[in-house]
Write a protein that binds this ligand. Sequence first.
Ligand code: ADE
Length: 237
Amino acid sequence: MVWHVNILTLFPEMFPAMLGQSLAGKALERGDWSYSLINPRDFAEDKHKSVDDTPFGGGAGMVLRADILEKALLSIENPGRKIYLSPRGEVLSQRLAQTLSTHEQSITLLCGRYEGVDQRFLDAHGFEEISIGDYVLSGGEPAAQILMDACIRLLPGVMGNAETAGDESHSNGLLEYPHYTRPAEWVDCFDQRHLVPDVLRSGNHAKIDQWRNRRAEDLTQHRRPDMWTKYNEDTKN
Ligand code: ADE
């Protein structure tokens, strides 16, 4: 099954950008996922092709029009779950990416620009809002790409080593343990000698797992007390 993303954007040239490269790009070539671009400007009716207007009540910026956006949306055959990328939304998490990539066959992403989108359009068509973090971008396109990247790598067959996804940060409620590779002994440009932790070269896999888990727990406790509290609550139950 092909995971499909409909992207409503005034800047279709911004896609696929990074999603055409590396892991996501290869998956796109293989047909593991696909996307279509819908430009609301193609549905504008006046000679200036305007898609936005000034906000009722006054204030800065322009607002994308409900009537134009609706025409664009209705041109999509299979919209699936409808998402407006917005700093007001639920913050994207690994769990949400997992749900969107495995339980949805297709999704529709609305990328805002300017001041925002007429609320009536979002309400009438049941858009949910997703944010990629507590900061404001100049448009939803980079946020849409980040959401897509997080989902694409979780699609069946996309990530080479299936085990990689289980250990990585956020998939098990912990930050990931540190990694090391050859050379086992490395001297840096300040003439400092660095060794790899002995346990990782011991061949004792039970000990290695225990060490990695301890490091993951230490990192989480110190860097992300919020995650650490939740992890302890969840492991108690
Ligand atoms: N559009 C502007 N800022 C955003 C954010 N933080 N997340 C998602 N979409 C956005």
